[in-house]
Design a binder for this molecule. Structure first.
Ligand code: AMP
Length: 281
């Protein structure tokens, strides 16, 4: 039976009644098969599965899509029930931030200022602050995050390591539609035409990855060419970066590199990435 809890007190009471290692999947709601995959991985590995549904205002900048972000708690609950989630924690903003905005926040540091952070100042401080709070409130021993948000995953790993959170972080591969589009709650903003245009992102990443044997310059060139050839894609950034420090990889780099893109299609900002294995020279 899935239990919906709305307050810290209800969550604490539900946790007292439960035992064993808890796995948490943190979401902003509007659940889709990407979230479902995280839940399934958590379910398989943990004695107790907790899903949080919280649209965190702290991680949205002025002019971003906080007000139009889809809110679908009823169907989110149905998905969680179908997946045998034990606890869904869906608090209000004032439950999470009782003193209004927190004065003290987690700082993402330099890794939070590049890529997504360059386009969305303060975004990762907001993400890490709520992730820290939700780890404390849920008491989870394992937290599951999607590779889809690669920089977020990296920063959460760093926070857990740098600040000694007693928690394991597990990455789950990106779930895609059969045509390649990475699932996202924001895909609902896309018109049918936009959606076709948006396929250029995953197509470009795949083409770039296929050029890996020719080295980083070729990967970047091929990926950029596919994106340029698709009208209607406004690229914010395209990088082939070291997944540890997010620095652009040099031509002789060997190992796994992160090929990541952010682009606007119509009014929707999309991100996607692939891990590319480079041979070095
Ligand atoms: P969100 O609700 O967008 O904040 O996402 C909640 C969690 O689901 C994050 O860890 C995301 O990285 C993950 N996620 C979102 N989309 C996907 C996807 N297509 N595949 C795998 N994980 C995803």
């Amino acid at each position: 039976m899935t239990q919906l809890v709305r307050s810290r007190a209800e969550l604490a009471a539900a946790r007292v009644r439960s035992s064993g290692v808890a796995g948490v999947v943190m979401t902003m709601g509007a659940l889709h098969d990407g979230h479902r995959e995280l839940i399934r991985v958590a379910r398989d590995r943990c004695e107790l599965t907790i899903v949080t549904v919280f649209l965190n205002p702290l991680q949205f900048g002025a002019g971003e899509d906080l007000s139009r972000y889809p809110k679908t708690l009823e169907s989110d609950l149905a998905l969680c029930t179908a997946e045998n989630v034990d606890i869904v924690f869906a608090p209000t903003v004032s439950e999470v931030y009782p003193e209004s905005e927190p004065q003290v926040r987690v700082s993402a540091g330099p890794l939070g200022d590049v890529l997504e952070g360059a386009s969305r100042p303060g975004h990762f401080d907001g993400v890490l602050t709520v992730v820290a709070k939700l780890l404390h409130l849920t008491g989870a021993g394992v937290a599951y995050f999607g590779q889809k948000d690669a920089q977020q995953l990296l920063l959460i790993r760093r926070m857990v390591k740098d600040l000694d959170f007693p928690c394991e972080v597990v990455a789950v591969p990106t779930v895609r539609d059969p045509d390649g589009l990475a699932l996202s709650s924001r895909n609902g903003y896309l018109s049918a035409e936009d959606r076709t245009v948006a396929l250029a992102l995953s197509r470009a990443l795949r083409a770039g990855a296929a050029a890996a044997p020719e080295g980083p310059a070729a990967v970047r060139r091929v990926t950029a060419d596919v994106l340029r050839d698709q009208s209607g894609v406004d690229v914010d950034y395209l990088v082939l970066a070291d997944p540890v420090n997010l620095h652009d990889v040099p031509e002789d780099f060997a190992g796994a590199a992160l090929l990541a893109v952010a682009a606007r299609v119509g009014t929707t900002r999309l991100i996607d990435n692939l891990v590319v294995t480079l041979g070095g020279r």
